[in-house]
Design a protein around this ligand. Sequence first.
Ligand code: AKG
Ligand code: FE2
Length: 263
Amino acid sequence: MEEELKAILKEAFGDSSSDSDGELPEDQPERFQVNDSSDGMVKPHSIFGDTHIWEPIKEINGLWICSDFLSADQQSTLLSAIEKEGYLSGASHNQAMRFGDLPPWAIELSQHIRENVLLSGYFSDYMDLARRDSGKEKCLFPPELLWREPLFNQLIVNIYQPGEGICAHVDLMRFEDGIAIISLESSCVMHFSRVGAEVSDLEPPAKIPVLLTPGSVILMWGEARYMWKHEINRKPGFQNWEGREIEQKRRTSVTLRKLCQTE
Ligand SMILES: O=C(O)CCC(=O)C(=O)O
Ligand SMILES: [Fe+2]
């Protein structure tokens, strides 16, 4: 596995990240050296000056958010591309699905996700975790998911009017691990609760709130994808962040997933 990763690194970034004796070099190029801060954030040091920051949701392994994933311009471009598709026109349409060949904007979005994960320098991070043989579940996105082809082949666009949300659920098993959700137009709080917590506890299950701002993306894999439910409750009183109730507006989200292969 380590060899395979190094080969990928070499191909993507040239020779500097590989060495001859099978060990990872201690002095990797600066742009790969990340995640040494105590807050656990992954800060890219790209030569292109990228500012994307991936933050882990500490309570939930496999759940990461990049709040500045899309600029304001990119968000409007994406929204108009979605609108142009036409499949969301008409008041009754609040959800559209695509399987297989994704529209160009969704392919671009997938590529943007892959690039951003790569730019985070997560490889050195992953190798570090792998070398210590502990805590791989703490990595941003495992290489076997990041390099699968295609990264995603199913998409859902959801449009929520104020008051509308989505009940607590684990995404269907017909989808592989590794799911991305992009938020557009307005913020909401998504709550995560452990699968089974509702029956095993006398107390109401603890819910971990995550603020999804417009232009953000979350990645869910492993425990976050299989052991936690996610929900958006937009009934009055549930959308609180930092002591304030969020003003509800229309929200659009794009969920990207990969269908399990059926043979
Ligand atoms: O709209 C969202 O942010 C969540 C959508 C979702 O959970 C789903 O489509 O399975
Ligand atoms: Fe979901």
